[in-house]
Write a protein that binds this ligand. Structure first.
Ligand code: AMP
Length: 718
């Protein structure tokens, strides 16, 4: 028995799992009743691996062995700026993997980031199995729209290690739009504004009846609620330094406690005007005297601090608007996603920028999982039965759709990016809102403030000032974090020379590929506008230096022009799986002359898509050809993300240039890369190896799965 298809939002901070059935969508809860499962993994001295809330609590006690925010790092090369930056900030240890990826080191063992995410997904699966009472082995997992090949395949590998068959990797904004029931209404242009704990994304979708079209997507992988927590924690540390002449930033454990308290304060200030908190024994002074921190913050103070940071989100929005060729006021609907959109300031800034009230009737923390569950249901059931049965998500082109001249400049109420910008003042506070809030005052009854329409103000709690005691290791080794903080958090919710040419013949079927989604025949992607976004720069002159020589111009219309792969036909079967088609967010290229790359599949191409190039040997009797592959928009290789290498082995002996290999690069429906190669002379399938940076080899999956099952302790201790 296969069980339901899980819709999993594998988040930076928290993960959520939902299933959709005939009765509707069910967001599943842990046995303790929690819907948010912290995406945190902690390696306990006992050898067990704790996941979820139990692990999150360990972050305060054992920061070095507690791993979080893996989504920021998954699929990134060890040498990348993001990983190096995280190394400085995060308390746990990193090491480079043999394939150039990242390993996390804890208690004498190392783990790939896919394994860490697999622990989270295993816990998600456990929660789902307990909630549904049966096995759950299939899932749709969501990722940010701008995730590249390395990130998508590392996420997929995590699912496999967790024992899940990943039916689809779905873009988060797409999932959010699905959850809001798009797919049957009139034509609308929708922006998905997703501000979570670690990242920000904005995606513009055009929805017309059954057709979903991704018009543009842009993001900042280092902008989220965590950054606001850090600002508050810095202010707390400064206050502590000024008062005690002791800088807690030198002590990782102390800083973790500051950061947790900062997050608590931030979340409270979404509902309250002011908070007061006290952290006991944050450090020890001369003679072992305990040093406490008392700190107060107003919403106004928080907003002044957070505004410059949040303004960056609107730079990203502007980027997306420019790509889409629209102004913010031409967006019909804005959907809020991510826990940080609960901040009233975010609401006001979004409203100011788009000139309309954003839509937040579905909890911004749960909306993505709900959409994923709908997609899972649609994949599992017949097209006729599914409410998504006729939805098409299609990307045609993001350039030249709306000529700039046709873009009306509608008056924008406010531009959060402008110097001196001030968002509209908040509505007058209800009488109770002016009260102060203390850390302990949150109490077990505190509920996450949501953006649902006109939430009634919570009843004022008894104003009690109680301190946050220092957590201590207890005999179980799993001491409870002070209940106040727990509850508050719950409320928060060099290759041989060769020649590359263009394919002279159209490619045929895709043997060995599991592409189950036909493309609509009524919507061939139009040509990219060479003057627009993504237009190829002048190609570097043919060059025989070291690596490859690209000796033919790209095909008319630009290399990698999106299009249905030959052989795809619209699906006639009325009960076939639903059609949901997405785009690749980044261009895929190969190295040509040293230091340059040629784009083969262009950004925003409808997927699945494929493009073929001819590679020929540059030396007599050359036995292998190695092709470097990258993703990104630059013509320079080093400005793009190097994905790895495609190695063509066992080439038949022949004179230089006589052996020609037709290499087809395919981006499948999940946005992941597959490569096929055929010796043009013999027609034989050429052996091929793709070595992705940090990639998890298939043969290692079983091994990882076994280790995971041995160590996995689940949330039993939560
Ligand atoms: P996500 O990555 O979508 O799970 O969002 C997590 C982020 O949302 C964290 O930075 C939380 O601190 C933040 N968050 C959750 N609830 C609230 C709230 N009520 N007010 C402000 N931020 C919140």
């Amino acid at each position: 028995m296969k069980g339901p298809v899980l819709g999993i939002d594998l988040g930076t901070t928290n993960s959520v799992v939902a299933v959709a059935g005939d009765a509707g969508i069910d967001v599943l809860t842990t046995p303790e009743g929690h819907r948010l499962i912290p995406s945190v993994v902690s390696f306990h001295p006992s050898g067990e691996v704790l996941v979820g809330r139990a692990a999150r609590d360990r972050r305060l006690l054992d920061a070095q062995n507690t791993v979080y925010s893996v989504k920021r790092l998954i699929g990134r090369p060890f040498e990348s700026r993001e990983v190096q930056r995280a190394k400085e900030r995060f308390a746990f240890e990193f090491a480079p993997s043999a394939s150039g990826g990242v390993l996390v080191a804890s208690r004498g063992e190392t783990y790939t980031l896919s394994e860490i995410s697999a622990f989270v997904l295993r816990e998600v699966r456990r929660v789902a199995e307990l909630a549904t009472g049966g096995p759950c082995t299939r899932a749709v997992i969501t990722v940010p729209a701008n995730f590249n090949e390395l990130q998508r395949s590392a996420t997929k590998a995590a699912g496999r290690v967790a024992g899940l068959e990943v039916l689809r990797i779905l873009n988060e904004p797409t999932a959010a739009a699905l959850a809001y029931g798009y797919g049957s209404g009139s034509r609308e242009r929708v922006a998905i504004f997703d501000l979570g704990g670690g990242t920000f994304d904005v995606t513009i979708l055009e929805l017309a009846g059954e057709v979903f079209e991704v018009v543009a997507t842009a993001g900042d992988t280092y902008l989220g609620g965590d950054d606001i927590d850090q600002l508050i924690a810095e202010q707390m540390a400064e206050a502590f330094l000024a008062h005690h002449r002791y800088d807690p930033r030198g002590d990782r454990q102390a800083y973790e406690r500051l950061r947790a308290a900062a997050e608590w304060a931030k979340c409270q200030l979404s509902a309250e005007e002011e908070v007061q908190l006290r952290i006991e024994e944050l450090a020890y002074g001369e003679g072992g005297v305990s040093l406490d921190l008392t700190f107060g913050l107003s919403r106004q103070g928080l907003e002044a601090m957070a505004m410059p940071l949040l303004a960056r989100a609107f730079d990203v929005c502007e980027e997306a608007m420019n790509v889409a060729g629209v102004r913010p006021t031409q967006i019909d609907q804005v959907i809020l996603v991510g826990g940080s959109t609960r901040m009233p300031l975010v609401h006001r800034m979004v409203e100011d920028y788009f000139g309309k009230q954003p839509l937040a009737t579905i909890d911004p923390d749960l909306v993505v999982a709900q959409g994923a569950a709908l997609q899972g249901q649609a994949l599992a059931t017949s097209r006729a039965k599914s409410r998504l049965g006729r939805v098409t998500l299609r990307r045609v082109s993001q350039v030249g759709m709306r000529p700039a001249a046709a873009v009306e400049e509608v008056q924008v109420k406010g531009d959060p990016r402008a110097a001196g910008y001030a968002p509209p003042p908040p509505p007058p506070p209800p009488a109770a809102a002016a009260r102060k809030r203390t850390l302990m005052g949150a109490g077990p009854g505190a509920k996450p403030p949501t953006q649902r329409p006109a939430p009634p103000p919570p009843p004022p709690p008894p104003p009690s000032e109680v301190s946050l005691a220092k957590p201590s290791e207890e005999s179980t080794g799993l001491p409870p974090v002070p209940a106040d903080l727990n509850e508050a958090r719950e409320a928060i919710q060099p290759s041989p020379a060769m020649v590359i040419g263009d394919a002279s013949e159209p490619s045929g079927d895709l043997p060995g590929l599991d592409i189950d989604l036909p493309l609509p025949d009524d919507a061939p992607p139009p040509a990219l506008d060479p003057a627009g976004f993504g237009a190829p720069e002048a190609a570097p002159a043919p060059h025989e230096q070291g690596g490859l020589v690209f000796d033919e111009p790209p095909p008319a219309g630009g290399p990698g022009l999106a299009g249905p792969p030959p052989g795809f036909a619209p699906q006639a079967d009325p009960v076939a799986p639903p059609l949901l088609l997405d785009v690749t967010p980044l261009s895929l290229g190969v190295e040509t002359v040293s230091g340059y790359c040629e784009h083969i599949i262009k950004r925003n191409s409808a997927i699945p898509t494929e493009q073929t190039r001819i590679f020929s040997t540059g030396m007599d009797d050359q036995e292998e050809v190695v092709v470097k592959i990258c993703q990104g928009e630059s013509r320079r290789l080093d400005e793009n993300q190097l994905l790895g290498e495609v190695q063509l082995d066992g080439i038949a002996p022949g004179r230089r240039g006589a052996v020609q290999i037709e290499v087809t690069f395919i981006i499948d429906a999940d946005g992941t890369l597959a490569v096929r190669a055929v010796d043009k002379n013999t027609g034989r399938q050429q052996s091929i190896r793709i070595q992705l940076i940090g990639g998890v080899e298939d043969e290692n999956i079983d091994e990882m799965q076994q280790r995971l099952e041995e160590k996995f302790a689940g949330g039993a201790q939560a």
